[in-house]
Structure formats: structure tokens, C-alpha cells
Write a protein that binds this ligand. Structure first.
Ligand code: NAP
Length: 484
């Protein structure tokens, strides 16, 4: 396995615009290691002009890339999948260094993230149209799908690889060029991916990566440029709303994968041990820093105490907090000090309102942004933690009496990304799954993400889908050709 030092010496740190290039004036910004707060490395700090250079490059090759046979595009995507897989340990270590997550989490993300290239290498050749006679007999109707054109992807820090590959895979498969602006906390993984894509045969200019400490200033000119045709964003609802407003200027196609506040509902008839296992995954995957993380647990009163006690026992027995690169670590640090403060405030607010701390509940202090696995029971309805996205390893638990009450509590949120339900009754599973106001529902499952399934939300969690056969549609426009 490559060492930390070797990796940091070899990882690209310049902008990637047809290859490595310096930012205007050689500007850089620091990337920190969340496990100790220290500076890991300096990375190119793009200016607005640099971003326009990336768009120039994307526009220059858009026609050629769209005209490249779909089979050839698919084979390049497949080669990228193979190369990420071959270099999985490098990607995993890099993500752990810049984002903090435990190495096993990073390895899982590499597998998940790479899979979007394999899936969309297969979808590239399955873009179909339609041909029919007009019912009126006046002619023929041909429906044809074409790439939307140059795209901008803005991605968050929590899954530095997969949030990019979920967008790059379908865009490239559809024949679009793309500029990625990764989060300033985790720019390295995307730069390494861009280099790897070029090694795998992706033509220059098809994929650019611009890293910057001034997101708004740098993406603003792109959103105003009529040559850009699509914005795809994953991040907070607050920033997503701003970007939708900005993209109105050019009437851009948009996909918005925004924040979540997932309910995890356990009914009296559930297999409680299976529910606890599912809860561990839904809460602790990625240290709780996932849009799909179970944010609040609604448990029917008949199994409330059993579930709470077993959940606390499972967390006590299987969570080891520490720097992500330590082999025994299962829970790494949070991303930064702001996030540590937010998580602490949400817990303190709940406790002040009457919640009971069953496990954890206090940051250990010291270097790094660590917060322990925490369980709160008897959480009162007014606690902020039930309404706001926690983005940390904290599980607030609330009881409910009837199915109607449980469903109403689960839906009592502005968000609608994912919901989880545990029950052994098929009738109830289907009834509740249909009644939950979310884009995705896990039934007796604590992890639902799958490149072959359409991922996305409703309400304040956004619109558009990534993965599945739906994912590529986000990058295609429909043309109707009328024939005699
Ligand atoms: P964020 O603050 O919204 O940032 C996301 C991205 O937007 C980053 O690249 C950020 O750059 C950039 N950005 C911020 N302000 C911008 C502006 N004015 N103009 C252009 N770009 C701007 O979100 P985050 O804290 O990184 O990520 C956590 C959020 O993402 C959570 O709410 C989570 O639920 C959501 N998320 C959703 C999904 C999903 O699929 N629905 C998946 C993962 C995460 P900087 O880094 O430079 O600020």
C-alpha cells in the first residue's frame, strides 16, 4: 500500500483543465486533516477566469465527444472503473486524509463510487428514442435523445469520490462534457480522478476540475455564461436554493440533491435485532455525515425500551473512535470545527429541553474534530435535533403509539430524501412506504444507496435522480423530428 507521504507527494494539486495547470497567479489554499486540524497540502485556488478557461475547454470538445460512438464512450468509462478499482487503496487513503472518515468507510465509498462508471458504461449504449405514426395519420413522429451540452457539477465534502462519479458517469455516458467544482475541504480526490480519467483514455477537456476557496465568485460567471447548459448540485438546501435562482438567468437544466432529515421508523412487529443492525448502518455509515443518515428514530412504544437499550449496547460494543487511518477505527472525526460546534449545540439543546443522554453526548476535546456515538432518548418534540440535519453520529429517539402517529411524525419535516421502516407485516410495509413523503424508502434495510437505483428526493431535498436508468436522462434533451 502507498504511504501517506508518497501519496501526498504524487497527488495532483493543480487545476485540471485538459491536464494540470496552475491557477491564475499561482494562487493556492490549504487543505486540512480533520483528525488533527493540521494542513495536509496546498491546492490550486481557481479564479473566475480559470473557471471560464475550463468552460472554454469543455465547449471546444463538446461536439467531438457527443459524436464519439456510444460504445467507445462506454469503454472509456469501463476503463475508468477498472483503474479506480485497481487503485482503490490510494483513493481510500486520500479520502481518509482529507475528509477524516475511517478507512473501511473510504474503501466502501471507492467501491460505490467506482460502480457509477461501470453502471453508466453499460447505460451509454442504451439511450433510445421512439418512432411512431401520428394517430391523426398526418405523418410520422421521431423522438431522439441528445446530450444537453457542457455541464457544471458542484459537489460536497462528505463523499469526495462518489458525489462526483454519480454525476460524471452519466454525463460522460450521455455525451456531455463536464466541469467539476469539488468542496474546498476535499478537493484532492476529484483531482486524482481527473488524472486517472485521462490515463484511461478520456480526451482532454471532456472533464475539468476546478478547486477554489471562493465557490460563489468562481461558479457565478459560469452560471451566467450561455454556453453552459446544465448545473448539477449536491449539497445543502440553503446553497441549492441560491443556485436554482442563479441558474434561472440562463434557464439551465438543473438537478438538485439536497439535505435530508431521514426518519427511521420501528414498529412493534419489527425484528428488533434486525432493526438495531439497520439503525447502526443508517446512523453510523460515514460517521453520520451522510444525507441518507437516519436523523431521528421513531419507535413504537411496545419495543421502545428494548430497541433503545440494544442500540446503545451495539454502539458501545462496535464503535471505536479515532483517526481514520488507524486500523481499529470505525468512527473518524467530523469534517471541521463548525460541524463539531453544530453537533454539540444540537445535543445540548435537546438535553436542555428534557432529552436523556443514554450514550456519549460530549466531545472529548483535544486535537481533531471528534464527537462520540451518542444516543438521546425521551427527546421532546420542540428539540431542534428533530427538525435539523445533524450530520454527526447522534441518534435521537422518540416513542409513538399508533401507526398513524408514527407516519405523521416521520413526515413532519420540510425534507424528503429517504425514510426507513422496520416491520414484519407486508401490508403495513407497503402502506407506510407509500405514505412516507420521501424520494426513497428502505424497508427492513439500513442502507439503500445503489448505482442501479434512482437516488433523489422530494420537497426541500431537491429534484432529479442519480443512478438507475433515470440517471442518464438528467443529461439528455428530447428532440421531436416530424416526418411526412
Ligand atoms: P454546501 O455547503 O451546500 O456545499 C456544497 C458545495 O457547494 C461545495 O462544493 C461548496 O463549496 C459549494 N458552495 C457553497 N456555497 C456556494 C455558492 N454560493 N455558490 C456555488 N457553490 C457553493 O454543503 P456541504 O456542507 O458541503 O455538504 C453537506 C450537505 O450536502 C448536507 O446538507 C447533505 O445532506 C447534502 N448532501 C446531499 C446529498 C444528496 O444526494 N441529496 C448527498 C450528499 C450530501 P465550498 O466547499 O467551497 O463551500
Amino acid at each position: 500500500m502507498v504511504s501517506e507521504r508518497e501519496l501526498l507527494q504524487s497527488v495532483p494539486t493543480q487545476l485540471w483543465i485538459g491536464g494540470p495547470v496552475d491557477a491564475e497567479g499561482g494562487a493556492t489554499f490549504p487543505v486540512h486533516n480533520p483528525a488533527n486540524g493540521e494542513v495536509l497540502i496546498q491546492v490550486a485556488d481557481a479564479s473566475p477566469q480559470d473557471a471560464v478557461r475550463a468552460l472554454d475547454a469543455a465547449v471546444a470538445v463538446q461536439g467531438e465527444w457527443a459524436a464519439t460512438p456510444a460504445r467507445q464512450r462506454g469503454e472509456i468509462l469501463r476503463a475508468v472503473f477498472e483503474q479506480i478499482t485497481a487503485r482503490a487503496e490510494e483513493f481510500a487513503l486520500l479520502m481518509t486524509l482529507e475528509m477524516g472518515k475511517a478507512l473501511p468507510e473510504s474503501r466502501n465509498e471507492v467501491r460505490y463510487g467506482a460502480e457509477f462508471f461501470r453502471w453508466f458504461s453499460e447505460e451509454a449504449v442504451r439511450v433510445h428514442g421512439r418512432y411512431l405514426h401520428a394517430p391523426s395519420g398526418t405523418g410520422r413522429i421521431m423522438v431522439h435523445k441528445q446530450p444537453v451540452g457542457p455541464c457544471l457539477a458542484i459537489t460536497p465534502w462528505n463523499f469526495p469520490l462518489a458525489m462526483g462519479t454519480r454525476k460524471i458517469g452519466p454525463a460522460l455516458a450521455a455525451g456531455c462534457t463536464m466541469i467539476v467544482k469539488p468542496a474546498s475541504e476535499t478537493p484532492l480526490t476529484m483531482l486524482l480522478l481527473a488524472e486517472l480519467c485521462q490515463d484511461a483514455g478520456l480526451p482532454e477537456g471532456v472533464l475539468s476540475v476546478i478547486t477554489t476557496s471562493r465557490s460563489g465568485a468562481v461558479t457565478g460567471p459560469l452560471l451566467e455564461d450561455p454556453r453552459l447548459r446544465k448545473l448539477t448540485f449536491t449539497g445543502s438546501t440553503e446553497v441549492g436554493k441560491k443556485l436554482v435562482q442563479q441558474s434561472a438567468h440562463g434557464l439551465l437544466r438543473t438537478s438538485m440533491e439536497l439535505g435530508g432529515n431521514a426518519p427511521f421508523v420501528v414498529f412493534d412487529d419489527a425484528d428488533v435485532d434486525a432493526a438495531v443492525q439497520g439503525a447502526m448502518l443508517a446512523k453510523l455509515r460515514n460517521g453520520g455525515e451522510a444525507c441518507t443518515a437516519a436523523n431521528r428514530f421513531h419507535v413504537q412504544n411496545g419495543v421502545l425500551e428494548e430497541f433503545t437499550a440494544k442500540f446503545a449496547e451495539a454502539m458501545t460494543n462496535s464503535v471505536t473512535m479515532g483517526p481514520g487511518i488507524d486500523p481499529e477505527t470505525t468512527l473518524g472525526p467530523l469534517i471541521n470545527e463548525d460541524q463539531l460546534t453544530t453537533v454539540g449545540e444540537l445535543v445540548d439543546d435537546a438535553v436542555a429541553a428534557g432529552a436523556r443522554v443514554r450514550l456519549g453526548g460530549k466531545a472529548p476535546g483535544g486535537p481533531g474534530w471528534f464527537y462520540p456515538a451518542t444516543i438521546l432518548s425521551d427527546v421532546p418534540p420542540q428539540a431542534r435535533i428533530l427538525r435539523e440535519e445533524v450530520f454527526g453520529p447522534v441518534a435521537p429517539i422518540v416513542g409513538f403509539e399508533t401507526e398513524e402517529e408514527g407516519l405523521a411524525a416521520a413526515n413532519d419535516t420540510e425534507f424528503g430524501l429517504v425514510a426507513y421502516v422496520y416491520t414484519r407485516t407486508l401490508d403495513r410495509a407497503l402502506r407506510v412506504a407509500e405514505g412516507l413523503e420521501s424520494g426513497m424508502v428502505g424497508v427492513n434495510r439500513g442502507v439503500i444507496s445503489d448505482p442501479a437505483a434512482p437516488f433523489g428526493g422530494v420537497k426541500a431535498s431537491g429534484f432529479g435522480r442519480e443512478g438507475g436508468i433515470e440517471g442518464i436522462e438528467e443529461y439528455l434533451s428530447t428532440k421531436y423530428i416530424a416526418l411526412t
